[in-house]
Design a protein around this ligand. Structure first.
Ligand SMILES: [Zn+2]
Length: 202
Protein backbone atom coordinates (compact mmCIF):
# COMPACT_ATOMS: atom_id res chain seq x y z
CA UNK A 1 0.00 0.00 0.00
CA UNK A 2 1.31 3.43 -0.84
CA UNK A 3 0.99 5.99 1.87
CA UNK A 4 1.82 9.65 1.57
CA UNK A 5 3.59 11.30 4.47
CA UNK A 6 1.73 14.07 6.27
CA UNK A 7 4.88 16.15 6.43
CA UNK A 8 6.94 17.74 3.73
CA UNK A 9 10.72 17.66 3.48
CA UNK A 10 12.80 20.77 2.77
CA UNK A 11 14.60 21.71 -0.47
CA UNK A 12 11.53 21.65 -2.64
CA UNK A 13 10.70 18.03 -1.97
CA UNK A 14 7.01 18.67 -1.51
CA UNK A 15 6.00 15.28 -0.32
CA UNK A 16 7.60 12.06 0.67
CA UNK A 17 6.04 8.86 -0.53
CA UNK A 18 6.60 6.07 1.92
CA UNK A 19 6.32 2.97 -0.22
CA UNK A 20 6.31 0.49 2.61
CA UNK A 21 3.68 2.29 4.64
CA UNK A 22 6.17 2.41 7.54
CA UNK A 23 6.33 5.56 9.59
CA UNK A 24 9.69 7.22 9.06
CA UNK A 25 11.00 10.43 10.55
CA UNK A 26 14.14 12.35 9.72
CA UNK A 27 16.61 14.94 11.00
CA UNK A 28 17.26 18.32 9.37
CA UNK A 29 20.24 20.40 10.52
CA UNK A 30 20.60 24.13 9.83
CA UNK A 31 24.11 25.30 10.72
CA UNK A 32 26.40 28.24 10.14
CA UNK A 33 28.01 31.25 11.79
CA UNK A 34 26.24 33.93 13.77
CA UNK A 35 24.12 36.34 11.69
CA UNK A 36 23.71 33.73 8.94
CA UNK A 37 19.94 33.38 9.41
CA UNK A 38 19.80 29.95 11.10
CA UNK A 39 16.97 30.85 13.46
CA UNK A 40 15.11 32.68 10.69
CA UNK A 41 15.27 29.53 8.55
CA UNK A 42 14.18 27.35 11.49
CA UNK A 43 11.21 29.64 12.15
CA UNK A 44 10.31 29.64 8.42
CA UNK A 45 10.15 25.82 8.33
CA UNK A 46 8.22 25.59 11.59
CA UNK A 47 5.70 28.21 10.43
CA UNK A 48 5.01 26.16 7.29
CA UNK A 49 4.27 23.16 9.49
CA UNK A 50 1.94 25.22 11.70
CA UNK A 51 0.10 26.54 8.60
CA UNK A 52 -0.41 22.92 7.52
CA UNK A 53 -1.95 22.26 10.97
CA UNK A 54 0.80 19.89 11.99
CA UNK A 55 1.54 19.62 15.70
CA UNK A 56 4.76 21.45 16.43
CA UNK A 57 6.90 21.57 19.59
CA UNK A 58 9.84 23.92 19.84
CA UNK A 59 12.72 23.88 22.32
CA UNK A 60 15.70 25.97 23.20
CA UNK A 61 18.27 25.61 25.99
CA UNK A 62 17.53 27.43 29.23
CA UNK A 63 20.88 29.22 28.85
CA UNK A 64 19.67 31.25 25.89
CA UNK A 65 16.91 33.57 26.99
CA UNK A 66 18.50 36.64 25.40
CA UNK A 67 15.40 37.86 23.64
CA UNK A 68 12.55 35.95 25.22
CA UNK A 69 11.93 33.10 27.69
CA UNK A 70 9.04 31.55 25.84
CA UNK A 71 9.84 32.26 22.20
CA UNK A 72 12.70 31.69 19.83
CA UNK A 73 13.49 35.00 18.21
CA UNK A 74 15.75 35.64 15.24
CA UNK A 75 17.98 38.69 15.01
CA UNK A 76 15.40 40.21 12.65
CA UNK A 77 12.76 39.85 15.38
CA UNK A 78 10.75 37.01 13.87
CA UNK A 79 9.48 34.82 16.66
CA UNK A 80 7.63 31.61 17.42
CA UNK A 81 6.65 30.24 20.82
CA UNK A 82 9.05 27.75 22.38
CA UNK A 83 9.94 26.11 25.66
CA UNK A 84 13.24 26.68 27.40
CA UNK A 85 14.54 23.34 28.72
CA UNK A 86 17.38 22.52 31.11
CA UNK A 87 18.52 19.33 29.39
CA UNK A 88 17.83 17.03 26.47
CA UNK A 89 15.77 14.60 28.60
CA UNK A 90 13.17 17.36 28.92
CA UNK A 91 12.87 17.47 25.12
CA UNK A 92 11.93 13.76 25.07
CA UNK A 93 9.53 14.25 27.96
CA UNK A 94 7.79 17.29 26.46
CA UNK A 95 7.74 16.24 22.79
CA UNK A 96 4.37 14.58 23.39
CA UNK A 97 2.42 13.86 20.22
CA UNK A 98 3.99 16.66 18.15
CA UNK A 99 4.86 15.60 14.58
CA UNK A 100 7.45 18.30 14.02
CA UNK A 101 10.11 19.25 16.57
CA UNK A 102 12.26 22.35 16.38
CA UNK A 103 15.42 22.77 18.46
CA UNK A 104 17.31 26.06 18.40
CA UNK A 105 20.84 26.86 19.67
CA UNK A 106 21.69 23.16 19.65
CA UNK A 107 25.36 23.88 20.42
CA UNK A 108 24.36 24.74 24.00
CA UNK A 109 23.08 21.20 24.64
CA UNK A 110 25.44 18.32 25.46
CA UNK A 111 26.11 15.28 23.28
CA UNK A 112 23.02 13.45 24.57
CA UNK A 113 21.11 15.62 22.07
CA UNK A 114 22.28 13.28 19.30
CA UNK A 115 20.61 10.24 20.87
CA UNK A 116 17.48 12.26 21.63
CA UNK A 117 17.19 13.43 18.00
CA UNK A 118 17.76 9.86 16.76
CA UNK A 119 15.05 8.51 19.08
CA UNK A 120 12.58 11.14 17.92
CA UNK A 121 13.33 10.59 14.21
CA UNK A 122 13.16 6.80 14.72
CA UNK A 123 9.71 7.21 16.19
CA UNK A 124 8.50 8.97 13.03
CA UNK A 125 9.02 12.62 13.86
CA UNK A 126 10.51 15.40 11.74
CA UNK A 127 13.30 16.93 13.82
CA UNK A 128 14.71 20.31 12.76
CA UNK A 129 17.84 21.41 14.61
CA UNK A 130 19.60 24.76 14.26
CA UNK A 131 22.96 25.66 15.75
CA UNK A 132 26.40 27.20 15.46
CA UNK A 133 28.77 24.72 13.84
CA UNK A 134 31.93 26.54 15.03
CA UNK A 135 32.75 28.51 18.16
CA UNK A 136 34.50 31.89 18.11
CA UNK A 137 37.89 30.13 17.90
CA UNK A 138 36.82 28.37 14.71
CA UNK A 139 36.64 25.03 16.57
CA UNK A 140 33.70 22.71 15.84
CA UNK A 141 30.96 23.07 18.41
CA UNK A 142 29.66 19.75 19.76
CA UNK A 143 27.16 18.22 19.31
CA UNK A 144 26.82 19.80 15.84
CA UNK A 145 29.38 17.58 14.03
CA UNK A 146 27.66 14.44 15.35
CA UNK A 147 24.24 15.81 14.39
CA UNK A 148 25.48 16.55 10.88
CA UNK A 149 26.47 12.87 10.55
CA UNK A 150 23.02 11.75 11.61
CA UNK A 151 21.02 14.27 9.56
CA UNK A 152 19.13 13.40 6.38
CA UNK A 153 19.08 17.05 5.30
CA UNK A 154 21.75 19.67 5.93
CA UNK A 155 21.52 23.38 5.25
CA UNK A 156 24.62 25.50 5.71
CA UNK A 157 23.72 29.14 6.08
CA UNK A 158 26.32 31.82 5.39
CA UNK A 159 26.43 35.35 6.69
CA UNK A 160 28.02 38.29 4.90
CA UNK A 161 31.45 39.35 6.14
CA UNK A 162 31.00 42.55 8.11
CA UNK A 163 34.46 43.73 6.96
CA UNK A 164 34.51 43.01 3.23
CA UNK A 165 31.18 41.59 2.10
CA UNK A 166 32.38 38.10 1.12
CA UNK A 167 30.50 34.97 2.25
CA UNK A 168 31.12 34.58 5.98
CA UNK A 169 31.57 31.21 7.65
CA UNK A 170 33.25 32.41 10.87
CA UNK A 171 32.08 34.15 14.04
CA UNK A 172 34.58 36.76 15.17
CA UNK A 173 34.46 37.75 18.83
CA UNK A 174 35.29 41.40 19.11
CA UNK A 175 35.77 41.49 22.89
CA UNK A 176 38.62 39.98 24.94
CA UNK A 177 36.70 37.31 26.90
CA UNK A 178 37.86 33.71 26.44
CA UNK A 179 34.76 31.98 27.80
CA UNK A 180 33.42 29.57 25.21
CA UNK A 181 29.83 30.64 25.81
CA UNK A 182 29.36 34.38 25.90
CA UNK A 183 25.88 35.46 24.92
CA UNK A 184 25.53 38.54 22.81
CA UNK A 185 24.91 39.88 19.34
CA UNK A 186 26.51 42.61 17.26
CA UNK A 187 27.98 44.15 20.42
CA UNK A 188 30.26 41.13 20.88
CA UNK A 189 30.39 39.28 17.54
CA UNK A 190 30.83 39.86 13.83
CA UNK A 191 30.41 37.52 10.89
CA UNK A 192 33.71 37.21 9.00
CA UNK A 193 34.96 35.51 5.84
CA UNK A 194 38.08 33.31 5.77
CA UNK A 195 40.44 36.11 4.98
CA UNK A 196 39.05 38.63 7.49
CA UNK A 197 38.64 36.15 10.37
CA UNK A 198 41.35 36.52 13.01
CA UNK A 199 41.65 33.54 15.39
CA UNK A 200 42.02 34.67 19.00
CA UNK A 201 45.48 34.40 20.61
CA UNK A 202 45.12 32.22 23.68
ZN1 LIG B 1 35.90 39.47 4.75
Amino acid sequence: MTKKSMRSAPMGIEEVVVMSGKVCGWIEVICGSMFSGKTEELIRRLRRAVIAKQKVAIFKPMIDVRYSEDHIVSHNQQKISSRAVRNTKDILKLAGDAHVLGIDEAQFFDNTLVEVCKKLADSGKRVIVAGLDKDYRGVSFEPMPQLLCEAEYITKTLAICMKCGNPANYTQRITKSSERVLLGATDIYEARCRSCYEPPNE
